[in-house]
Design a protein around this ligand. Sequence first.
Ligand SMILES: CC(=O)SCCNC(=O)CCNC(=O)[C@H](O)C(C)(C)COP(=O)(O)OP(=O)(O)OC[C@H]1O[C@@H](n2cnc3c(N)ncnc32)[C@H](O)[C@@H]1OP(=O)(O)O
Length: 718
Amino acid sequence: MPDDCSMAAIEALLDHARSLAARRWRGLVWLTGAPDECRSRARALWRSGDWAAPLWVAAQPPSGLEVRHWLAPSKARTRLGGEQGLLVIDAVSDDAGFDPDAFGALAGTLRAGGLLVLMTPPDWGRRPDADYARLAEHPYRAEGLTAHYLRRLARQLCLAPGVVHWPAAGELRLPPLPIAPAEPPPSTDADCLTRDQADAVARLTRLRRRRPLVLTADRGRGKSAALGIACARLLAGGEPRILVTAPRPSAVAALFERLEALCPEGRRQGHAFVLNAGRVAFLPPDELTALTRRGEVGGPGQRLLVDEAAAIPAALLGEWLEAFPRIAFATTVHGYEGSGRGFALRFRRRLEQRTPEWQACHLSEPIRWAAGDPLEALVTRLLLLDAEPGDALDAPPTLRRARRAELANDESRLRELFGLLVQAHYRTTPSDLRRLLDGPGVGIATLTAGISPQAVLVTTDEGGFDAELAERVARGERRPRGHLMAQSLAAHAGCREALSGRLRRVLRIAVHPGQRRRGLGRRLLEAERQRARHDSIDLLGASFGAEAGLIAFWQALGFCAVRLGLTRETATGEHALMVVAPVSARGERLAADLQARFQRQLPGLLAFELAGLEPEVAAALLAEGEGPVPGPGDLVDIDDVAFGHREPALARPALQALARRALAMGFSRDDPDLGLLVAWAFQGYGTGGLVAWLRVSGQREVTARLRQAVAVLRERVA
Ligand SMILES: CC(=O)SCCNC(=O)CCNC(=O)[C@H](O)C(C)(C)COP(=O)(O)OP(=O)(O)OC[C@H]1O[C@@H](n2cnc3c(N)ncnc32)[C@H](O)[C@@H]1OP(=O)(O)O
């Protein structure tokens, strides 16, 4: 039962929430103390206020509250798009209960006047690393789970303006509220909540041919709702069909909600919305691509709206860009997923080349809260959501090992280093910062000019299990965390020895955008290989979304492909590729065995499960195999196809041998003749598929192109 002091503090907190509500802001209350005592104060606050949709986030359901108010941190995504008036995040008895991704995602769902209550033990800021050393599963790692991240977080919570700290043994500290910035003028569009949103809707409804619109926004700016409002207006204006795509159907929930609200006379039909003769239809990316290739969708009149474009492979975005002259891409930047980076990273150059007149539209005004909201600034600061790399410097960079304890204490260096990772990768989440600072066996190397990191390499050590643990893992009885490569090679590539071998996985490598292709990536990896030799590592490896340029980088550094995911990753939309390079003699044997197995599987996979793989990726992977040298019989077949005496389908093995030979001889993977031959001979595109892919009139033209490609390659190989 809270005492009088606590009740006075709760009254003060309710007052604080009222002041925040008057400004349309949200606040953060940091409760520290013993678990039961903290929870009792949080429950008292919960019961005293009239909170709309309060939520208690904890690994276990809280006692005394209805279970519908409880959310496990791992389920945070299910609440996106909803609204909470009070959020209690219970990390008071288990540090693992603080999930940075859940914290960032849920903070975005808190409505104006709401409070986010974070409960932690009082000694977060003094956590010793030893508490985290659960090393049984990490037999040879020098360092266990450390606590740098939590200590940094506690320090930031003490320093950051706007935090209400309520320690168990002390007084509630209420910071003064700053003066609110002037509110922007209201939107003149009755359906739109901000002027930014109204501007976005106007541009979406006026999409012009070959002038794609790129809509960017942080979370909570009403970007998806803007797409919904635009769809409603277009349907009302007689547009017959609008296509919408996004990585997952749930990503367009807000779009359809807005559409339904604005067009009550329309009706929902599965993943489509129908109004009179008009229709807005959601298609998943793969289905949309298949229809586009067959020429069943696309063309001058049809509009395509792509939401969360950053999480869709750039290759698919590129195909749609060609097929839909009226197209808009919407993407989040600085979100808790860091997802907008992928878009900038992979796709913007292509957009600039193909459609130089593309238009940008950024939504900066928040919808659920007002500008100057202290919680948004706090979450951004705690999770480093806006981390940016420093400048690209000309001074020759020096190789350094980063000490994580120092890094966690040096906010500006940490910000630049994390900024490099965010800038360079498809998806960097807030949890990656925790992994970087506290992950077991993590090593960080940088190339630094002055004090500014220009390139960074992050590794983790894996495997090294004793025979008994390796056997249990191989049988699937144990799944030790943090051994992705070792487990994957054992389970999917059939290499059990990977569990006992000593593996070092490159978690991330990133070079400053202004410093790429100057040998920095090469320098980092070569130095890591030397270090790995010194540490008696067997194999160095990495896993990443398969993209032709990246594959070329790893191949240039002596890595070979050993496994390719059969389905596209939901986060990146790409197939995960695993590459390894040997370090020890045992590693040489393992790598050779893994590569040979992969190359044996590859043609079969390309014909079926991986038939949709981008041909340049397929070509890059095939290039690693020696491939059979075309024999005398093959040469006859190849000549017959080239001179039009035989159907290509009757000479497929010979044409496969020709393509592999050309690849092994180092022909460019972007070579259109080679790409055509790979797509046809290995990827099961077939003549019908190639008609759509090449955008030609029919089968005869495909066959003619194929013959021509065979003739050209035959000459060059000879
Ligand atoms: C596990 C992972 O982290 S995978 C993700 C890797 N990181 C990223 O994708 C982030 C964005 N990209 C980058 O940060 C950088 O471009 C990196 C890390 C991929 C490469 O670093 P860089 O310093 O640019 O590469 P570096 O100059 O050392 O290139 C070495 C060789 O790799 C090859 N290479 C590098 N990039 C490419 C490319 N885009 N296309 C083809 N070949 C390439 C070349 O053979 C090159 O040698 P060359 O320049 O003499 O021709």
